[in-house]
Design a protein around this ligand. Sequence first.
Ligand code: FAQ
Length: 319
Amino acid sequence: MTAVLDAAGGASAPAEVFEAAVAADERIEPRDWMPDAYRATLVRQMAQHAHSEIIGMQPEANWITRAPSLRRKAILMAKVQDEAGHGLYLYSAAETLGTSREELLDKLHAGRQRYSSIFNYPTLTWADVGAIGWLVDGAAITNQVPLCRCSYGPYARAMVRICKEESFHQRQGYELLLALSRGTEAQHAMAQDAVDRWWWPSLMMFGPPDSESSHSDQSMAWKIKRHSNDELRQRFVDICVPQAESLGLTLPDPDLRWNEQRGHYDFGPIDWDEFREVLRGNGPCNEERISQRRRAHEEGAWVREAAAAYAAKHREADA
Ligand code: FAQ
């Protein structure tokens, strides 16, 4: 962000410099002045995003030992490792706002910060790995490509790399579903069943409807978000319909049809009661996901201690 001079050639108040930088589409960097609410909004969104990446490892990791071939296993392991990496980029980016990773993880474990609703659904069959790649990663990309232009520099830069990797994830899911769809009758039915179960929760990933989205207006004014929840949801539906046709699968929505006037697909009503229940902690896997996360954190304590001891030893040696 560059300094702004007022008419008399003096430096402007920090708030004005910030507003001018946002208006000019410049990036806000960690050392720049920013409103407390801007910082808090970023911490909330980036923490929720980071938590989603690491909790999101669980549903797919469930299938690593049961992947049907070495090739599929290698792909799935690489994907799940990528999600861990995304969590790390995002926790690091959040640290530039003055929070620590420990603090954010403590809040997640105490239920004081959220992670995406989508990861509270179970992965019942191998086809779910394909449906997650195609739909969940597809929704993630639709939501996250605009975040590469987020006004906060470290978040925007982290998203560039994340989106490249998500693109590979989406393609592997599509390719997996295509193989099943073109396979035996039972394999086709398994792929269809997975898509039937993941479609509606994927649409909920974009957040509540615009009329109920508490943060959107301010986040869009600050150019953290570039599009509203409903705009991105519509973009995702429009992308998925032709892809489903190419896959030879159907989307479980009888109201889905092209609207010539709007130039978009119309779709049926989303069950927002279900979304609210999942956010309240009552989804099919909320309990399992968070207790597994807490357990993993406790079991990893010795790794963190060893890393800290190793770093301290090297600091002493370098002093
Ligand atoms: N789940 O006012 P808005 C991935 C909450 S990463 C849970 O509209 P906002 C990769 C929201 O926090 C997926 N909570 O909020 C992967 C707020 O709560 P509060 C995660 C939700 O922030 C793939 C309240 O509702 N992606 O999938 C959800 O302006 C495969 C009101 O909502 C990101 O986090 C939800 N779906 O817009 C990994 C992307 N939606 O504070 C592994 C970055 C809303 O009032 C495997 N985040 N809430 O208590 C965003 O773009 C935004 O935060 C939105 C929500 C669009 C998610």
